[in-house]
Design a protein around this ligand. Sequence first.
Ligand SMILES: CC1(C)CN(C2CCCC2)C(=O)N1c1ccccc1/C=C/C(=O)NO
Ligand SMILES: [Zn+2]
Length: 402
Amino acid sequence: IEKRSDRYSNSNFKTSTDCLSKSTLVVPDSRETTAEKITVCYIYNPDLVERSDELPKIPMRASMVHSLIEAYGLLKHMQVISPSEATLEDMKQFHTEDYLHFLGKIADEDDENFDEESHQYGLGYDCPVYKEVYKLACLVSGATLKAVDILISSEARIVINWFGGWHHAKRDSAAGLCYVNDIVLGIQRLRQRFDRVLYVDLDLHHGDGVEDAFCTTNKVLTVSVHKHSPGFFPGTGSVTDVGVGKGKYYCVNIPLHDGIKDEQFVPLVCRILTHVKDRYKPEVVVCQCGADGIAGDPMESFNLTPVALMKCIYLLLSWNLPIMLLGGGGYNHANTARCWTYITGVVLGRKLACEIPDHKFLMEYGPDYELQIEVGNMKNHNSNEYLQRVYRQVTENISHIV
Ligand SMILES: CC1(C)CN(C2CCCC2)C(=O)N1c1ccccc1/C=C/C(=O)NO
Ligand SMILES: [Zn+2]
């Protein structure tokens, strides 16, 4: 029986010239183990994917992610769990009744134009009003809450919900294509069972909605690594942003500039996460795995490959704590599917073929039709001096965690 500490132990962390990139994790093919003791739950149902496909700005992305995971034959190695919709009561644990009722109203009344009212709820250009948005909010929140219930009941210790991770939504408004903050709802529920929750946000953007929700408490420690440049959304998340009151020093921000590559990103993030783990001793981990920092994304900001995200997640997995992996940003749909499929494979300890298997969306993966993503080559504005300074400031902040 393979133990989790074996699958994700450092000794297993072999790098090899695999198709993904120069240094790729190759874990023993799980066929070598007599039986998988590690249960990985995958939150999915057709409704959740169909509604997520309707999200403006990322049409059909959810279907592409799920179809690629299915095409690689990974579903049979996971417990596929169908979530139910969150109720108004569930979502009211974070969001205001006014905001939720407004979302609900959009579904009911037809051609009413909600223009003036929409703007007060952050709805409009970046978070377009569309008829089924309330339904989406219930499904997405229900999915993350279902994932949390699985961790709370100890049914599994690893749960994946690639259709969640909407980190910008505020209690009374949408933001950055996030209509409901499933992450805050999920962490609030985790707190019913776990005393100290660690939230890690690997998305290109600062996880401001989650940080704001928990910046005054020491029961949730949020770590966000993100692009932080003048005028770049949301503009928050500087290294001096450490939380307030009882939550002071329980917000960790790692602000970066354009062009960072795996080689700089991985050591910086992993060293900081290790410090956080040693000081904070979290009981459960939530990781938002937004893929808009991957090379080839229309955000054109970072030069990361999926291996960078994988190595950070692998470190989190090696701690042997209950963990929930969530999606998030990612606007090159094929690369986002490649990234989250690759991560799913690593979580399962399975090596994936370089060749994208034939499936419904195969044509989206041309012209190479490979799982690997070429390293980005945009100019790197992160000098080693800058990263050293950030690292020193962050570890100084963390040293105040008791
Ligand atoms: C509307 C979308 C979400 C899409 N998009 C681009 C991507 C490529 C084509 C449009 C943006 O810059 N967006 C945003 C607009 C305003 C504020 C925030 C975001 C993105 C947030 C995010 O990803 N958080 O993790
Ligand atoms: Zn993002």
